[in-house]
Design a protein around this ligand. Structure first.
Ligand SMILES: Cc1cc2nc3c(=O)[nH]c(=O)nc-3n(C[C@H](O)[C@H](O)[C@H](O)COP(=O)(O)OP(=O)(O)OC[C@H]3O[C@@H](n4cnc5c(N)ncnc54)[C@H](O)[C@@H]3O)c2cc1C
Length: 313
């Protein structure tokens, strides 16, 4: 991409903001339109914990993002920090092949595994306080001269009429915008509670639609989780919230009486794999960058760089 090119980025979640930062800092002239501002996106509802992707090119994207987030952890205003915690699983007693990528790894002793869990490990990874992080990205974008404009587009052609390059980072919005039948929402819900003194994260991975997971962010802890496919509701469900607190309190009893501060709901943009490719739309170049499911934070910098490289080609 040449300096001074006009690029219209659609979307102000973690994918749109990171992509816009990456392109603007590479010298592109950026406009960013979003139907919803960052505090009203799915991205703000994420926990958020960095984790490796299991596929290619996702694996590479996740490693790029890990390194970028690790570097940001030394900036207190970024909302990113390194946190130690346990990842456990009831899928298999074998350690997954990617564990070598996890820093400060130690396999859990049997008495560190909750009932039913077959394997677990301790590691130290970036955790992201999403409201603070999205503010940080917005400020970084403003420093590069880009303000977010609140504006929904009805079609990609509408965007293509306004810029020679459009980058579509609309999350589940791409179901309509790109007519993508592979993309659908997987609803998630979190309960945010006052931190009773927890400084380690915990996450159980499995195939079940509900699990226990908690991530401390200083004064508060984000508790999850659920995955409900094809559910578009953004209303917190009290019964789901109760189940989340109960499952987390069974692992960490101090969470049982913690005061609830907030409920957060988000729609993971689920697809067979993230879409990162280019198509012509009415004479404009349209690059798609959406469909990151439950991994958008973990893939964000790798995908933003891939968009930058695609446009440079
Ligand atoms: C409960 C929960 C927990 C999660 N935890 C993690 C985690 O620990 N780690 C991790 O890596 N990921 C996690 N995720 C996944 C991650 O949050 C998502 O993958 C990511 O937020 C998707 O970001 P996005 O920018 O693509 O979409 P969004 O955040 O949904 O942003 C989409 C943007 O596009 C805009 N838009 C949509 N349609 C239009 C239109 N027609 N015109 C203009 N603008 C439009 C929207 O208004 C919005 O600004 C979690 C998700 C949930 C729900």
């Amino acid at each position: 991409m040449r300096n001074g090119d006009d690029v219209l980025v659609l979307g102000a979640g973690v994918i749109g903001l990171t992509t816009a930062v990456c392109l603007a800092e590479a010298g592109a002239r950026i406009r960013l339109w979003a139907a919803d501002l960052p505090p009203a996106t799915t991205s703000v509802a994420a926990g958020a914990l960095w984790g490796p992707d299991f596929t290619e090119p996702g694996f590479g994207w996740s490693l790029v993002t890990r390194d970028e987030l690790t570097a940001l952890a030394s900036e207190p205003s970024s909302g990113v920090r390194l946190c130690r915690g346990r990842e456990v699983s009831d899928l298999s007693a074998e350690l997954p092949p990617w564990v070598d990528e996890l820093p400060e790894l130690r396999v859990c002793e049997p008495d560190e595994l909750p009932e039913g869990m077959l394997v677990g490990l301790w590691t130290t990874v970036p955790v992201v306080n999403m409201p603070v992080y999205l503010d940080y990205l917005t400020r970084r974008l403003a420093d590069a001269g880009v303000e977010i404009e609140r504006r929904r587009v009805a079609t990609l052609a509408e965007a293509a009429a306004r810029a020679p390059v459009v980058v579509n980072c609309t999350g589940v919005g791409a179901v309509e915008l790109a007519g993508d039948t592979d993309l659908h929402p997987v609803r998630g819900q979190h309960v945010v509670v006052e931190n009773p003194g927890i400084d380690e994260f915990y996450i159980a991975a499995g195939l079940a639609p509900q699990w226990a997971g908690y991530i401390p962010h200083g004064d508060h802890v984000v508790l999850g989780g659920v995955a409900i496919p094809h559910d578009w509701s953004l209303e917190p469900d009290p019964a789901i919230a109760e189940g989340i607190v109960a499952r987390c309190a069974a692992i960490e009893p101090r969470l049982a009486g913690a005061r609830v501060i907030e409920h957060r709901v988000g729609l993971r943009p689920q697809r067979t794999r993230p879409r990162l490719d280019e198509e012509p739309v009415d004479g404009a170049r349209c690059v798609h960058n959406y469909g990151h499911g439950g991994m958008g934070v973990s893939l964000s910098w790798g995908c933003a760089r891939a968009v930058r490289n695609l446009l440079a080609g």
